[in-house]
Ligand binder design. Structure first.
Ligand SMILES: [Fe+2]
Ligand SMILES: [Fe+2]
Length: 299
């Protein structure tokens, strides 16, 4: 098989804000969540129909890197919440193993469909740089604000996987993405519940909460993606340094997928839920949030 490089011949390329439990799982698990295991998925069934989709390759590879690096920031987060037993227990017993399983499943898929890509080599390079970026200093000023910011991060992952699930055609990939998306929605709900439990009044300090969420939205846009893309690109294209233009080309491919399948309404509802806005204000804010998200993601 020809090694797929970017220059080679294979390179063609809802719920209400008050009650986010209205988000329905996409993984066909109604009536309560049941666990899934990466070992139960037969990756040999994956066919090669997405093999020439370079945009998807870098999206899945980048996601597999960040998910596999969960151990790093779980440790930091556990330290941050060491005095809050329920949160610390959930982070260690549920959240971390689920995030790591996301990394394992995405990695297995990438290796099944793009077997010539040296995933381990690229991940080793990625994690060395990513570890420096994931320091405790990056957390919000208070544990409550950090929980609100975590809601934003889980919104980002849940909507990313929902988008990719709706974009993907290959059945094994759709199965993997459905499971992961359901998990991310569950993570979001946990962080939202912990956040609400710690509030003295519903919606108290909305401006600070909105600021914390907005700051994470702005900061999270490109940093992780650039680190992941650069290392995946340079391992996939030996001897060729990754240039900003390479990243920009990938981003425009990614934006085409966003235009087609990104769940803007779901993202807006999830981002606004921690603010516990009154009904009318929520509808206006949802409209504003959708516009802002379109501008941010498609700029
Ligand atoms: Fe995840
Ligand atoms: Fe998550």
């Amino acid at each position: 098989m020809q090694n797929p490089t970017d220059d080679g011949p294979a390179a063609e390329a809802g719920g209400s804000a008050g009650d986010p439990t209205g988000f329905r799982p996409v993984g066909g698990r109604p009536g309560g969540r049941r666990g899934w295991r990466v070992g139960d998925i037969d990756f040999t069934r994956a066919d090669g129909r997405h093999r020439s989709d370079t945009t998807l390759f870098y999206l899945l590879t980048g996601a597999s890197f960040v998910e596999s690096g969960s151990e790093l920031y779980t440790r930091n987060l556990l330290t941050y919440y060491r005095d809050d037993a329920p949160i610390a227990a959930w982070l260690g017993n549920a959240w971390e193993p689920e995030e790591l399983q996301h990394g394992a499943a995405l990695r297995a898929y990438v290796q099944a469909v793009w077997p010539d890509f040296d995933w381990e080599a690229a991940y080793a390079r990625f994690i060395a740089e990513y570890a420096r970026a994931a320091s405790p200093d990056a957390f919000e000023a208070t544990p409550g604000l950090e929980l609100a910011a975590r809601c934003m991060i889980e919104t980002g992952t849940a909507t990313l996987y929902r988008m990719l699930h709706d974009y993907a055609q290959e059945p094994v990939l759709r199965e993997v993405l459905a499971h992961i998306c359901d998990d991310e929605i569950s993570h979001y709900k946990h962080f939202l519940r912990f956040f609400r439990a710690g509030q003295s009044s519903p919606g108290g300090g909305r401006l600070r909460v909105a600021w914390a969420i907005g700051r994470r939205v702005r900061e999270s846009r490109n940093d992780d993606a650039w680190i992941a893309f650069r290392h995946a690109f340079e391992v996939r294209n030996p001897g060729r340094p990754c240039l900003p233009g390479d990243f920009a080309r990938w981003q425009s491919g990614w934006q085409a997928i966003i235009r087609r399948t990104f769940p803007f309404r779901m993202a807006a509802d999830m981002l606004l839920a921690p603010l516990a806005l009154p009904r009318l204000a929520r509808r206006l804010a949802r409209f504003g949030a959708e516009v802002a998200l379109r501008r941010a993601l498609l700029a």
